[in-house]
Design a protein around this ligand. Structure first.
Ligand code: PLP
Length: 406
């Protein structure tokens, strides 16, 4: 008799986006003439930068010609992309990361979900609340958690992010082996200073822990004093893996390209206390289960770092950040407490009531769709997330409707 991995039975069905969709459909049926404005999802709306599509087209043409055609590429990614990433994203900011510490992949979602496989199932895991659900669910699947009761899984150290702590997690009071951090944060839009991030690096060093640092939204950091990479913090190479993505930076959500940085200094231990290279483990896992990102996609990603690419990406980010600034201003003017939107595309708003009630209020009175914070964890209840990913015109209209109605 074939048996299932029963850890999957502990997973909470995610009704978030299906519930949203049901409510939106019901509203549209009742109000067929009302234009719905979606400020809920975390998907980008603007086209790929031209530098990327030009490089993409050129690479597709190379694939059509036998003399330039390429079959399987290196599982870790082509050198041309790994090298430009190391130089432009890290070395230029004083972070000593080399090309062979970069693993190109088809998404930060897969990377931050898969990485836990190389660690023992009996380690302790610390995860923020609210959170991007992938971190938690992949640990449930692996069997690192107990049952789900009262909105939380047993055996997980939750790092509560609340108004009281400025939505910045505090260091765990119990020992955590694997720590998930995400800055700029999804869903709260919070950022972390170098000093605060250093306390995490120091904690990880002292406890022989590893930090998984999700920097999928680093391109939205405006404030030059804030770190864009955990490797800007001294000593982080010994304790951290970083995840990056071209999804939000350059509109690659449908094109798929990302990378994980696994420094060679990073060590983890066996039951005898002997140390092992995490880089070597991840290389083994990656090359066993993954066959590389397509050549044209890697060429398109490389173009992000060309002079035109940099300019076009900066324009994209500026476009969304103009939306974010408008959302921040209008919602704050209405008397709501909020955070985010200054160095991130997400604005986290205290709805002063249950998340879903506020969601319904917004939808029914204005036709604007947000994401209820409760979908990101127990601490998200009472909040909603509004995203800046839409056209400026739609954001202007959405804010005007909200101003009239609330
Ligand atoms: N990490 C965070 C925090 C995200 O919000 C997202 C996407 O929404 C991802 C990772 C996934 O990125 P990718 O499109 O590269 O899989």
């Amino acid at each position: 008799m074939i048996k299932i991995n029963e850890n999957y039975l502990k997973l909470q069905a995610s009704y978030l986006f299906s519930d949203i969709s049901k409510r939106v459909t019901a509203f549209q049926d009742a109000n067929p003439d009302k234009k719905i404005i979606r400020l809920g999802i975390g998907d980008v709306t603007r086209a790929l930068p031209q530098a990327c599509t030009d490089a993409f087209h050129k690479a597709v043409d190379e694939m059509a010609d036998e003399s330039t055609f390429r079959g399987y590429g290196p599982e870790q990614g082509y050198d041309f992309l790994r090298e430009v990433i190391a130089k432009e994203d890290f070395q230029s900011r004083g972070a000593d990361i080399s090309a062979d510490e970069i693993f190109i992949s088809d998404g930060a979602k897969c990377d931050c979900g898969n990485i836990q496989e190389i660690f023992s199932t009996d380690i302790s895991v610390a995860i923020p609340d609210p959170v991007y659900p992938v971190y938690l669910d992949t640990n449930v699947m692996a069997g690192r958690t107990g049952e789900f009761t009262d909105g939380k899984y047993q055996d997980v150290t939750y790092l509560d992010c609340t108004k009281e702590n400025g939505f910045l997690p505090s260091l765990p009071t119990e020992k955590a082996d694997l720590i998930y951090l995400c800055f700029p944060n999804n869903p709260t839009g919070t950022t972390i200073s170098k000093e605060e991030l250093k306390t995490w690096v120091d904690y990880a060093k002292a406890n022989k822990s590893i930090i998984l640092f999700d920097a999928a939204y680093e391109a939205f950091v405006n404030d030059e004093t804030l770190p864009r990479s955990i490797y800007e913090i001294e000593g982080a190479k010994e304790v951290a893996i970083e995840f990056r993505s071209f999804s939000k930076t350059a509109g690659f959500t449908g094109t798929r390209c990302a990378f994980a940085v696994v420094p060679k200094e990073l060590m983890a231990y066996d039951t005898n206390g002997d140390k092992h290279s995490v880089h070597a483990l991840w290389n083994r896992r990656h090359s066993t289960k993954f066959n590389g990102v397509s050549y044209p996609v890697q060429r398109a990603a490389e173009a992000v770092y060309s002079p035109e690419g940099k300019k076009q990406v900066a324009e994209l980010i500026t476009y969304y950040m103009k939306n974010a600034a408008l959302i921040r201003k209008e919602i704050a003017d209405l008397g709501y407490d909020l955070i985010g939107g200054d160095n991130s595309p997400y604005i986290w708003i205290d709805g002063k009531t249950d998340s879903w009630e506020f969601f319904d209020l917004l939808l029914n009175k204005t036709g604007v769709v947000c994401t209820p914070g409760a979908g990101f964890g127990k601490c998200g209840n009472g909040y909603i997330r509004i995203s800046a990913f839409n056209s400026y015109e739609n954001v202007v209209e959405a804010m005007a409707r909200i101003k009239d109605a609330l």
